[in-house]
Design a protein around this ligand. Structure first.
Ligand code: ATP
Length: 241
């Protein structure tokens, strides 16, 4: 069996008196896309932040490549796309990409080649030399994703990467994510788009800080006797009996 890249065991997290994560256990293995779905406030971002060591767990454990984060040696293996974009407004998209490429230790040729590839994936080739201050929200999201893809990280953690992105482009992005998975790299992704939850290898349904179910989309649909992940979700939530 392949060793898990992310391993969360009985993870617990509180914010003052509110217990936001309750006994969260899940694993992400090489060559796997794992999706976190759940309503706003369910705890998806907190799972990610605790995994990355940006929040400290109050119980259980979270390891990435077998180590507790933050861990400087692991930083080059991991890329994280947060919900808010961290872009330099006064720079062009290309300058942002080059800056982050350098931060990731890529050389000039690598930066040039990779920019060409990632910018095509997010369909921003025509806007590469525009300043980010002139970008729409969706374009900024796409640029943040392009930055996350730079450097071929072994683990990609993407928090709502496709917000504000139209369906055709979303499909293209998912093709790229599938390619990354097929190269044996791993992806942990949160989404509100139920169609996208059909495309992951394992999906965790998060409700009120708990994992209600964690399995392949196919098995979850069988288990709940429905045809879509959206229906699985509604049943798990108790909205539809
Ligand atoms: N730094 C914080 N301090 C206090 N409460 C927090 C903090 N971060 C998150 N929370 C609370 O924890 C709960 C889970 O939040 P989280 O952001 O993980 O949800 P989410 O599932 O990612 O939601 P969304 O889909 O809207 O991004 C919410 O009730 C939120 O208010």
């Amino acid at each position: 069996m392949k060793e898990a890249i992310i391993s969360l065991t009985h993870l617990m997290k509180k914010f003052s008196s509110q217990t936001v994560l309750k006994d969260v256990t899940l694993a992400v293995k090489p060559g796997e896309i794992v999706g976190l779905i759940g309503p706003s406030g369910a705890g998806k971002s907190t799972i990610i932040k605790t995994t990355l060591g940006m929040e400290v767990a109050d119980g259980g454990s979270a390891t990435v490549f077998g180590k507790t984060m933050p861990n400087r040696q692991l930083l080059s293996k991991i890329d994280y796309m947060a919900q808010t974009d961290a872009l330099y407004d006064s720079l062009t998209a290309k300058e942002n990409l080059a800056f982050y490429g350098r931060m990731k230790g890529l050389n000039k040729t690598e930066i040039q080649n990779e920019i060409e590839h990632v910018i095509r994936v997010v369909d921003l080739s025509q806007d590469l030399n525009k300043r980010v201050s002139g970008y729409s929200g969706g374009m900024m999201r796409r640029l943040s994703l392009a930055i996350a893809l730079l450097g071929n990280p072994k683990l990609l953690i993407l928090d709502e990467p496709t917000v504000g992105i139209d369906p055709a482009l979303r499909r293209q992005i998912w093709r790229e994510l599938a390619k990354i998975r097929n190269e044996g790299r791993a992806i942990l992704i949160t989404t509100h788009v139920m169609d996208e939850a059909e495309l992951v290898d394992n999906v965790a349904l998060i409700l009120d800080g708990k994992i209600m179910a964690f399995d392949t989309p196919k098995k979850l649909k069988q288990q709940y006797q429905v045809n879509t992940i959206e229906d699985v979700f509604l049943k798990a939530e108790g909205v539809e009996k």
